[in-house]
Write a protein that binds this ligand. Sequence first.
Ligand code: ZN
Length: 78
Amino acid sequence: MVKCSYCGYEGEFKLIKTWKFRLYNVERLECPKCGGIFNHYYGTSPRGKTSEYVIRVKPRTTPKKRPAVETPSLIPPI
Ligand SMILES: [Zn+2]
């Protein structure tokens, strides 16, 4: 089971892309909860040992809080 290294979410992640790196299959995943992006590596060594790890790519795509839009009342009347 893959676990988000940013918020700890476990479950279904959005799959962005996959590729192979040496013995590993790599999945770039996006967390649906916090929006964090990470690479999930998993593979089997020649000795038959399965290894799996996660590397962080970037915390989130867009900030949830945006600065308030300036209201027209802030513009001084001419
Ligand atoms: Zn997350």
